[in-house]
Design a protein around this ligand. Structure first.
Ligand code: HEC
Length: 208
């Protein structure tokens, strides 16, 4: 009887040993962000970039693409190629990051606005219809007035894709209101999305 108990104890301890202590490389020595160290002379564990070097993917020579400006002025062309798939991705990103305030149509009637946050201007405001596309990139990159920057959340090329989708919204509204005077459609902006199918096809594209 006693021996059996001992055996059971050994088996149990063995089973625990098998499950519990698989640390392998899970816990490695590391520094928490910005923690101090005595290893380097300057006491910093985060190392500054070595002089005259650039980390891979961070050269950013193309000023227009990374700032939306040329010689300090907003550019009025897209510095990356925009295909239909890019517009679809722009729509998907827009719906995620911008529509809560700007509304899915960009008319400034987002859900958060209906809860009391300051209302942004409509993208169909002639000032924004005529604004160079670099302006939209700039607003996303640096923020604008009460709107904060989206640079940390939306990568550079996605900002151009969102801008392309805003252009698509504006163009379809313009087309729809031209159509509205002919066929008497009630709402240019609703017409914009349903008439040319930008909303539908883009959404499907976003899921692929
Ligand atoms: C939290 C709410 C909020 C979100 C999310 C938001 N915006 Fe805004 N946006 C605003 C407000 C508020 C203004 C008006 C700012 C002002 O005039 O002070 C604004 C203004 C703008 C303008 C107009 C700037 C001008 O010249 O008047 C553009 C363009 C714009 N936003 C684009 C975007 C894009 C693109 C996104 C998504 C990446 C986005 N916003 C996400 C609140 C938001």
């Amino acid at each position: 009887m006693y021996r059996r108990k001992v055996m059971a104890g050994v088996v149990l301890a063995g089973a625990l040993g098998l499950t519990a202590c698989r640390q392998d490389m899970h816990n490695q020595p590391r520094y928490k962000p910005f923690a101090a160290t005595s290893f380097f002379g300057d006491g910093r564990s985060a190392r500054p970039a070595i002089e005259d070097t650039v980390a891979r993917g961070q050269l950013h020579l193309d000023q227009a693409r990374y700032t939306g400006k040329e010689n300090g002025k907003d550019i009025s062309y897209f510095p990356i190629q925009i295909t239909r798939a890019d517009v679809a991705r722009g729509q998907e990103r827009f719906n995620i990051f911008c529509s809560p305030c700007h509304g899915r149509l960009g008319d400034g009637h987002g859900m958060i606005v209906s809860r009391g946050l300051r209302q942004p201007p409509s993208y169909y405001d002639p000032r924004l219809v005529n604004a160079p596309v670099g302006h939209f990139f700039d607003v996303m990159t640096n923020g604008y007035g009460a709107m904060y920057s989206y640079a940390s959340r939306v990568p550079v090329d996605d900002r151009w894709r969102i801008a392309s989708y805003i252009r698509a919204l504006q163009a379809s509204a313009a087309g729809a209101s031209a159509g509205a005077s002919q066929n008497g459609a009630a709402s240019p902006q609703n017409g914009a999305v349903s008439q040319n199918g930008a909303g539908q096809s883009g959404r499907a594209g976003g899921l692929q």
